[in-house]
Design a protein around this ligand. Structure first.
Ligand code: GLU
Length: 425
């Protein structure tokens, strides 16, 4: 039981924040002197809740609840995406902001952690409504964000177009163009080459390196992917290009299977035409639960949090789980998989590719000097490999999971910064 909860949380329903707190508790025995600062990680630094009123196309006015949480700013400005989803809650955004602090520190980016979101279903809105919602939300955040304060980026259901509106709104309020206020922008507006594929590419690199260490060949590797958006779709394609067989894919509309490997071009076409990969020709349909039982070597959850739970973890046949999504595995499921001998490459490492290239975008915007895609991909690879290597070695030395090893490295960096800066006043 957590006796140290901030008063705005409901102790009976902590949601993803409870999952994050359990992960922090696991690093405590490894923090030594820094333990005196551990409480810092259990309390977000700042929380902003905003009302987002919007004129709908039918002439009525609707109100949405928006959030921006800055979890920790000890190592630099806040950094993390903004999601639009009907399930967005404060607890979720808090957990996602904390995972950004850990992720950014784990790969040694000079950022703290932040996250934002609006609780709405973007599919129910026209482009015009989405633009007005995005602009009003950005305007409400304008005193809170900025290139040296907190830099939003895309996340679930947000993209380069939404980042362009955010950049424009912030810039209009400032009276001059400020490209560095958000990352994940269109390349024509100060975005970076390779940013869109970066998260999926990082998932691919993590999978390839983990398999290499475990003696698994990429050629013929059976991979199941949950989510066929920017992360799952890119990771699946890069793995297929490297010789792996994508045997199952699930998205919000359903799941498909092929023992000999799915034709990803057909899945892409189905997704473009119908918004889901369900019913793609030449595939076998799979039920919601059957997806988790599919025989495979690698499972990549790349959708939302809380997908691998105590109910389905024991059915998973994979040897490796690579977390493309943030928080896809509950603490209980983590323990079950661990006991089954499954290697879990945690979200805070596996999906760091996106924010790594966001960092490159932020740096390029400051200098207004842009790098080639080859340079971006080489630098991304360099950071991912270095981080994975250090985490792998620590996990072996301390006999802990890759998740705990990642948290140890990240929390040491965050809390050392905290310690060196000292308390103000
Ligand atoms: N939303 C992505 C993540 O969860 C990227 C964040 C960013 O680029 O700031 O890591």
């Amino acid at each position: 039981m957590h006796t140290d909860l901030p008063s705005y949380l409901n102790a009976d329903d902590l949601g993803p924040w409870g999952n994050y707190l359990a992960q922090v508790d696991r690093v405590a025995p490894h923090m030594g002197e820094l333990n005196k600062w551990l409480e810092t990680l259990k309390r977000p630094k700042r929380i902003l809740v905003v009302d987002v009123p919007v004129h709908l196309d039918n002439g009525t006015v609707a109100h949405y609840e928006g959030y921006r949480v800055q979890h920790n700013l000890s190592r630099g400005p806040g950094k993390g995406g903004v999601r639009f989803h009907p399930d967005v809650t404060l607890s979720e955004v808090m957990a996602l902001s904390a995972w950004m602090s850990v992720k950014n520190a784990a790969v040694n980016l000079p950022f703290g952690g932040a996250k934002g979101g609006i609780r709405l279903d973007p599919k129910q809105h026209s482009v015009g409504e989405l633009e007005r919602i995005t602009r009003r939300y950005t305007s409400e955040l304008s005193g809170f964000i900025g290139p040296n304060k907190d830099i939003p980026a895309p996340d679930v259901n947000t993209d380069a177009r939404i980042m362009a509106w955010m950049m424009d709104t912030y810039s209009m309020n400032q009276g001059g163009t400020v490209t560095g206020v958000v990352t994940g922008k269109p390349v024509e507006l100060g975005g970076s080459c390779g940013r869109q594929e970066a998260t999926g590419r990082g998932v691919f690199i993590s999978t390839r390196e983990t398999c290499k260490r475990l003696g698994l060949e990429l050629k013929g590797l059976r991979v199941a992917v949950q989510g066929f958006g920017n992360v799952g779709g890119t990771a699946a394609q890069l793995l297929a290009d490297a010789g792996a067989r994508i045997v199952a894919v699930q998205d919000h509309g359903g799941a498909v299977y092929s023992a000999s490997g799915l034709d990803l071009a057909l899945l892409q076409a189905q997704h473009r035409a119908h918004g889901s990969i369900a019913d793609t020709p030449n595939t076998e349909p799979l039920g919601r639960d059957a997806f988790w039982q599919v025989p495979c070597d690698v499972l990549i959850p790349a959708a939302l949090e809380g997908q691998i739970t105590a109910d389905n973890a024991a059915q998973i046949t994979a040897r490796v789980v690579v977390e493309g999504a943030n928080g896809p595995t509950t603490t209980q499921a983590d323990d079950i998989l661990q006991a089954q001998g499954v290697t879990i490459v945690p979200d805070v490492l596996a999906n760091a590719g996106g924010v790594i290239v966001s960092y490159f975008e932020w740096v390029q915007d400051f200098s207004s000097f842009f790098w080639t895609e080859a340079e971006i991909n080489a630098r991304l690879e360099h950071i991912m490999l270095g981080a994975l290597d250090a985490i792998w070695r620590l996990a072996q030395d301390k006999r802990v999971s890759l998740r705990t090893a990642t948290f140890i490295i990240a929390c040491q960096r965050i809390l050392t910064a905290r310690d060196m800066r000292g308390l103000y006043p």
